[in-house]
Design a protein around this ligand. Structure first.
Ligand SMILES: [Zn+2]
Length: 277
């Protein structure tokens, strides 16, 4: 009886320990995910393989710079406890669709694309960061804040643009342009290992600060989603024209519908369109 009761108590105690253990493991897991935000970072080194990046005749290959910064970022993030996935980890070509597919296979991840800029004008320079979805803005703002703040280059701002890799990804996605390789000063920086390490550390700081830095940033240093216009990524000139055309003649909407049965009507419309210029 006494032995039985002791065994019961022992069982209860071990059960309690087991339960507490499960609880604390779950709690730690949740804490490492930071209140629902991701700890996996998919790093996308721009270009690669036959795709050098940049513009024709560019001396410093963009693909080499992006890969090196990406690999440095991988080490910094891994040291900081992040799980890191690379869309490429060597000089190979990966299609944009392939990059997006990798990113989208980690539903709680963050997607960071590393690029360097180029321009025909040698004087063009600076850091710019792109995002597309609203959920990506905090990450974009934070990364931009740190990279632009840590770089000697000018701040070209956070911009919204529908790049394929930003548009097709279902997770927060940011593309950072770490300076112009066609700018002699910025190219010289980019070719320095210590500077590429600095870039990696600043990007990592942005990843880490995505939830704390942004709220202040969006109201001060970086424009909010509302004030950043969507820069066109497809030729919308024709759409815009017909849109304007329609609004000007909304009263003739019924007439237009009959166009196919009345060729004379469309002729009149065409004539007046010409007059408009
Ligand atoms: Zn690029």
């Amino acid at each position: 009886m006494l032995i039985n009761s002791y065994r019961h108590r022992l069982f209860a105690a071990s059960l309690l320990i087991a339960l507490l253990g499960t609880f604390s493991t779950a709690q730690a897991k949740r804490a490492s995910q930071g209140s629902g935000s991701a700890t996996t970072v998919v790093i996308d080194a721009g270009h690669g393989g036959y795709d050098r990046g940049g513009i024709p005749g560019q001396r410093v290959a963009e693909k080499d710079m992006t890969l090196d910064v990406a690999q440095r970022l991988k080490r910094v993030l891994a040291a900081g406890g992040y799980r890191v996935v690379m869309t490429r980890d060597s000089d190979v070509f990966v299609s944009l669709g392939g990059r997006v597919a990798i990113a989208n296979s980690y539903p709680n991840a963050l997607f960071v694309c590393i690029h360097f800029n180029s321009a025909k004008r040698m004087g063009a320079g600076g850091i710019e960061t792109y995002f597309y979805s609203r959920e990506s803005l905090p990450l974009a703002s934070a990364i931009h804040y740190y990279v632009a703040g840590g770089a000697p280059s000018s701040n070209r701002g956070v911009r919204r643009r529908g790049y394929y890799v930003l548009r097709k990804t279902n997770i927060p996605a940011v593309l950072v342009e770490c300076g112009f390789l066609t700018n002699p000063t910025e190219a010289a920086y980019a070719q320095t290992a210590s500077y590429r390490q600095k870039l990696a550390e600043e990007i990592a700081a942005g990843v880490g600060g995505r939830n704390s830095v942004t709220s202040a940033l969006t109201t001060t240093r970086v424009a909010t989603g509302e004030t950043i216009p969507l820069q066109p990524y497809i030729d919308q000139t024709k759409v815009a024209k017909s849109e304007r055309h329609r609004s000007k003649r909304s009263h003739k909407k019924s007439a237009r519908k009959k166009r196919s049965s009345k060729p004379a009507e469309s002729k009149t419309k065409a004539a007046s369109k010409d007059q408009e210029g």
